[in-house]
Design a protein around this ligand. Structure first.
Ligand SMILES: [Fe+2]
Length: 483
């Protein structure tokens, strides 16, 4: 896709967590102070906190905003009725209730476009875990919108950070901190609380996936022995630059807020997009997945998919190296491993895996109707066995193994979580996209290839002495344990 001029105009190549500053009007930011008696240009200042004030320096996310009017200036919030064209179609399970946790492997056909819905109404909660009021867990959405959000409206989620993964159509997002144009094969993160408006670029319908993080924030994974570069490089994350609207006389805006899984709306007599300058460490950003630098095996064996982690949100209570959400991709890459079964192995994980496909085919699953298709999804929950389907196994275990490029024109991804991810009523039934025969097509047909050796060669000493299948002979086990 050719570069869109607006992307070049609004975005700089900036790092991920370092402090950033941006002025739409020169001199909007005070010099060497955050809260002078009078802010420059007659602006109000406002602090936006993404972490506790006292969070460790490396994790501390705070931004100073310099705006025409403070965000506090609005009428009371009122609940948005279900009948509203801007309502949420599926609310988060209320306090004390849970997502439907089931052990079945699940796969969904591509989710439908919705030509009528704009952004908020297009958010379909499919799966999740935890509770936003406790700031624990995550929600997974499919969005499918056919119209731009109404003029003079804005949306924010107090419940968590939105990691947005477009599958179709370009999102033209105006945030409080500036604009971002986000295309398929790019992602963006809009942190908790930041207000934004979503327009369709060129009136093309949009569809994609969202992970809402109820706790913590995404960061780049540690690189360990990989060294100082590789995977997603910090320099490739882009942040918006300040861009504001002057609309504060004889005007009415509607601000929608998702709070505790429910939607509220408040009127205000000025635009929320009036930030003339900002500086700090809490801001939206976007990233082109095409810039990911994959690392893999250059000798033998299929490594763990953690080598493809783009962003991670650690969960300290679950132990070192554990994440409430990892965003992992399977980009185009060379497979060169020798004498190796190259697709993923069969596995049961303590982590839950929600996968989606932005474009193309994923190398471990059959494509086409009934398979794993772009705009579809799968969920393999805690300790639910899965792996290549029968056809993929048969092919990959007998094929020649020259160096092979896989994933050309393709981008699959995974939202992986240490939590048991449950499914909503919308995800299980209302959407009508669950493939009821997923297991029957994928793994029930797996063939038995086991052959017991015909001669005594290959039998253990115990089997030779006592006959095959003599369960009483445990001497070899005892010997090993005794040493
Ligand atoms: Fe898996």
């Amino acid at each position: 896709m050719p570069a869109l001029p607006e992307v070049a105009r609004i975005l700089g190549t900036l790092g991920l967590t370092p402090s950033r500053r941006s002025e739409a009007v020169e001199g909007a930011l005070p010099l060497a102070a955050n809260s002078p008696q009078k802010c420059p240009l007659g602006l109000y200042n406002e602090k936006l906190s993404g972490t506790a004030f006292t969070a460790p320096r490396d994790d501390n996310l705070q931004t100073w905003l310099y705006r025409i009017l403070p965000s506090a200036s609005h009428q009371n919030f009122q609940p948005v009725p279900e009948s509203s064209p801007n309502s949420l179609t599926s609310t988060t399970p209320s306090f004390g209730k849970h997502f439907n946790a089931i052990p079945n492997q699940l796969r969904w056909d591509p989710f439908d476009f919705d030509k009528e819905a704009s952004w908020i109404h297009s958010l379909h909660l499919v799966a999740g875990a935890g509770d936003p009021t406790m700031k624990q867990g995550l929600g997974i959405y499919i969005y499918a919108a056919g119209s731009t959000m109404p003029d003079k409206t804005a949306f924010y989620s107090a419940d968590g950070d939105f990691l947005i993964v477009p599958q179709h159509g370009v999102l033209d997002i105006r945030t409080e901190m500036g604009k971002m144009l986000v295309r398929p094969n790019e992602i963006c993160v809009i942190p908790r609380g930041i207000r934004y408006h979503v327009a369709l670029h060129g009136n093309e319908p949009v569809r994609g996936y969202i992970l809402e993080l109820y706790q913590g924030h995404f960061k780049l994974p540690e690189l360990g022995p990989i060294g100082s570069n590789g995977l997603a490089n910090a320099r490739d994350f882009q942040t918006p630059v300040a861009d504001f609207i002057e609309d504060y006389e004889n005007t009415e805006w509607t601000l929608y807020g998702k709070f505790g899984g429910n939607l509220f709306a408040a009127k205000q007599s000025h635009t929320p997009f009036d930030i003339v300058g900002w500086h700090g460490t809490y801001y939206p950003y976007k990233y082109d997945l095409g810039r990911f630098n994959p690392v893999g095996s250059i000798s033998y064996d299929h490594p763990d998919p953690s080598i493809f982690t783009v962003l991670t949100a650690p969960s300290i209570p679950h132990g070192a190296g554990t994440a409430v959400a990892d965003f992992v991709i399977f980009p185009p890459r060379w497979l060169v491993a020798e004498k190796t079964f190259r697709p993923p192995w069969y596995h049961r994980n303590t982590m839950s895996e929600f996968m989606g496909l932005i474009m193309g085919n994923y190398d471990a699953k059959g494509a086409g109707k009934g398979g794993f298709q772009p705009a579809g999804a799968s969920l393999h929950n805690t300790m639910s066995g899965h792996g290549p389907d029968m056809q993929t196994f048969e092919k990959a275990s007998t094929m020649d193994l020259p160096p092979t490029k896989v994933g050309e024109g393709s981008m699959a991804f995974m939202f992986e979580s240490c939590l048991m991810v449950g499914v909503t009523e919308w995800g299980l039934k209302t959407c009508q996209k669950v493939q009821e025969t997923y297991n029957a097509h994928s793994w029930e047909p797996l063939k038995v290839h086991f052959k017991r050796p015909e001669s005594s060669r290959g039998l253990s000493d115990g089997e030779k002495k006592n006959g095959v299948g003599d369960a009483k002979d445990l001497s070899s086990v005892h010997d090993i344990r005794g040493k």
